[in-house]
Design a protein. Structure first.
Length: 492
């Protein structure tokens, strides 16, 4: 007896839209239109920045279009962000917000919609990602606290600063993980290229003052004189170093692992980035590069790695005081009166700020004083020079209290733990970069700069979510070759 199949249900308009979208997306992937759009948008951005100001209508139109692209494709939106992030961009909307921050917000909304629609099932069960969301929610509570306690003008400023600060960092962590979940590494490659270009231009300005700052490319930086230290793309050498740390360590790891043309390409990127990071004279950047070498040695010869690490510690103890004084001289810090001040150099202000942050926390240990409160209360607690405590952990304890501080510490520990478990060269590079980044965060406030977060946290997101291949020589099979750029090494 012949069976009779039940009639197919009538197609709805929603099904039609889904089919149309699926076909359109397939065509984009098949003909690489996404990459073409990205290249065109980046080239247009360069032209607009050279010929127009960030307050101009053409640049505003570019930002709106970039946000629309981010809503359709978080991968392409993230590529546009990391391609432009290493270069200075003045705020144009408020005293805290620029157009770049609007693109970060659009990326956050785009991924949040996808997660809410069921995409969360595709994400890895990562403790670090969960803790990142927790830190973001706690600091949102801190914003509400600030709005309640301080005057409306400062409260509004603090609310706007959240996305330029730790909120933006955690958004980019989640976005980076979402994009990386299929093995897509295009944002990392573009970020490294952008950092290499920014590094070359910054070093040209360092060795030939005025070559860039007095040219048509002067817009790439905010130029201050820090002597023999690389700066400009961010008007603070330590922030420049922190932005370059993770791309530098990952690029150097790629040089060690890759062969043939891929090694040459990695070397072309690694040399200018690492050189610029060193020339910032930042201790954390130099330490991160040294850690990269130690970790790679440890993968093969653990005893040798311990010896190399010990030698490095001895050299650091001997040379750090002289290094600090050399750097202080470059910044015009000459007036020292005691041996302790001679050793500390410019770090005396940091130690004062740490003490002020600790006193702030002791004054309100449970709930803190509110997001960005240190900027308003530093004078009252003994810091009359700096507007931030130059330590991200102490800042969270002072502003968000015990819960916020512990949440950030747990986030850092979980990040180290997960990256240390990632095998292969990319795991080594990311772990070294994370160690360098958070070392810098103990002496500075890199979360104040979305430029820094756009590099570090996108890389961290990749390390937390990208599939781990069973063989390092075989690219992950989670995405078709024409859909993803893989960072898995190939033999020559």
């Amino acid at each position: 007896m012949a069976s009779i199949d039940p009639p197919a249900p009538d197609a709805t308009v929603l099904d039609l839209y889904r089919a149309a979208w699926s076909g359109l997306r397939g065509g984009i992937v098949r003909y690489r239109l996404a990459i073409a759009v990205e290249v065109g948008m980046i080239a247009l951005w360069f032209i607009l920045r050279t010929g127009w100001s960030v307050e101009s209508r053409p640049y505003l139109a570019w930002t709106v279009l970039a946000c629309a692209i981010a809503m359709v494709s978080p991968t392409s939106g993230l590529v546009l962000l990391v391609a432009t992030a290493p270069f200075f961009e003045p705020v144009a909307l408020t005293r805290a917000l620029g157009l770049r921050h609007i693109l970060v917000g659009a990326l956050g909304v785009s991924v949040a919609v996808r997660l809410a629609a069921g995409g969360w099932r595709q994400m890895p069960r990562s403790p670090t990602l969960i803790l990142g969301i927790v830190v973001a929610l706690i600091t949102i509570g801190g914003v509400a606290h600030t709005l309640w306690v301080f005057d409306p003008d400062f409260g509004t400023h603090a609310a706007q600063t959240w996305i330029t600060n730790i909120g933006g960092a955690m958004i980019l962590l989640i976005v980076g993980a979402w994009v990386a979940r299929t093995g897509e590494a295009r944002p990392l490659v573009v970020a490294a290229i952008a950092c290499a270009v920014a590094s070359v231009l910054s070093q040209m300005e360092l060795f030939h003052p005025g070559l860039i700052s007095n040219s048509a490319l002067s817009w790439i930086g905010f130029w201050k004189n820090f002597g023999a230290r690389v700066t400009g793309i961010i008007p603070a050498p330590n922030a420049v170093a922190t932005m370059l740390i993770v791309p530098a360590t990952v690029s150097l790891a790629a040089v060690v692992q890759f062969h043939g043309r891929r090694r040459l390409a990695a070397l072309v990127l690694a040399i200018p980035i690492a050189a610029a990071a060193i020339l910032t004279l930042s201790r954390s950047a130099i330490t991160a590069l040294y850690i990269t070498a130690v970790l790679f040695i440890a993968r093969r010869r653990r005893r040798t790695a311990w010896i190399v690490l010990g030698i490095g510690i001895v050299l650091a103890v001997v040379s750090v005081p002289l290094f600090i004084q050399f750097r202080a001289a470059q910044e015009g810090v000459f007036e020292t009166r005691t041996p302790i001040e001679w050793i500390l150099g410019a770090d005396e202000a940091r130690i004062t700020a740490w003490g002020a942050a600790i006193r702030m926390w002791a004054d309100s240990p449970i709930i803190g004083h509110g997001f960005l409160a240190y900027k308003q209360l530093a004078d009252a607690f003994g810091d009359t020079r700096l507007g931030s405590p130059h330590n991200e952990v102490l800042r969270l304890f002072a502003e968000e209290g015990l819960i916020g501080g512990i949440a950030l510490v747990a986030f850092i520990v979980a990040l180290f733990r997960e990256l240390s478990r990632r095998p292969g060269w990319i795991g080594t590079g990311l772990l070294a970069g994370a160690l360098g980044y958070w070392l810098a965060a103990m002496f500075n406030n890199p979360l104040l700069f979305i430029q820094v977060s756009a590099m570090a946290f996108v890389f961290f997101g990749y390390g937390l979510a990208a599939p781990i291949p069973t063989d390092e020589r075989i690219p992950p099979a989670a995405a078709p070759p024409d859909e993803a750029v893989s960072l898995a090494p190939q033999t020559a």
